[in-house]
Design a binder for this molecule. Structure first.
Ligand code: MF3
Ligand code: CO
Length: 261
């Protein structure tokens, strides 16, 4: 496994891609409302991506038919947008989205509530987000990749949640998926050493119940096997000599102090 180290020029392009993707998420979140179909969410998302002069990286990736993966409630990831699925108050919706800017990829996901959601659902969303931040405390030069995995798992499992094992994060750059794979569950090995210039998409997928997942007949949509709720939080990050730099944080997240460790 070889993990690419991005040049200064490539890092600037990754930063630009990340900033745009953060804007896409901010703008798309504002459009969410009860009664909207997941198909409309994708259409609006694709328009926003193209308005920034970017290409939606998921569209036609291995045959995936949309620009935004829209996964509702017990759907974990890779939900296919459809006119038949309408958003209801109380739903939680995971939006996973990628852009290509001047040949460079950024990838990020957020889970939002529609209208008022249960306390249980809000806690799952908040703790899934926090598991990412617990993980990247270890995203330091000289540490090893699986230090991040183990920290995510330890935090999420402390609440009794199931950490999805069948899907993982990944390196990212001129391709959406590069080496290394980044598991979110506990690892025995240390994994590759972290070096400045690595760009990584870290994406915990956390189930309120057990970690087991299943695929629907569309061969894309991943659901929890026990029908429990699932949340997803993903950012593209850069390893620097001074710690992790998160390339896809929204302004609201920065203002909330989420980037500052
Ligand atoms: N963020 C996901 C990933 O990193 C989504 C890509 S799947 C796609 O793998 F096929 F929809 F592109
Ligand atoms: Co990803």
């Amino acid at each position: 496994m070889s993990v690419s180290i991005k040049s200064a020029r490539e890092i600037e392009l990754m930063r630009a891609a990340g900033r745009i993707l953060a804007k896409v998420h901010e703008n798309l979140e504002k459009e969410l409302k009860p009664g909207m179909s997941t198909w409309e969410v994708d259409k609006v998302g694709e328009e926003i991506i193209r308005s920034y002069g970017c290409i939606p990286s998921f569209k036609n990736y291995n045959g995936y038919p949309a620009s935004v993966c829209v996964s509702v409630n017990e759907e974990v990831v890779h939900g296919i947008p459809t006119k038949k699925r309408l958003l209801h108050p109380g739903d939680i919706i995971s939006l996973d989205c990628g852009v290509i800017y001047k040949g460079y990829h950024a990838d990020a996901a957020r889970t939002h509530g529609i209208g008022e959601i249960s306390r249980e659902a809000q806690l799952l969303i908040d703790r899934t987000r926090q598991s990412f931040f617990e993980g990247i405390k270890y995203a330091l030069e000289g540490n090893h990749l699986h230090d991040i995995s183990n920290a995510i798992a330890a935090y999420a499992e402390s609440f009794g949640y199931g950490v999805v094992r069948d899907l993982v994060g990944h390196g990212i750059g001129t391709h959406l998926h590069e080496d290394p794979q980044i598991p979110n569950f506990r690892q025995r090995s240390r994994g590759p050493r972290l070096r400045p210039g690595m760009t990584l998409a870290i994406e915990p997928m956390i189930n309120a119940g057990r970690y087991d997942v299943a695929w629907l007949e569309d061969n894309w949509t991943v659901v929890t096997e026990d029908d429990s709720l699932s949340a997803h939080y993903e950012n593209t990050i850069l390893i620097t000599a001074n710690g992790p730099e998160i390339l896809t944080l929204t302004d609201a997240e920065i203002e909330a102090g989420l980037g500052a460790q």
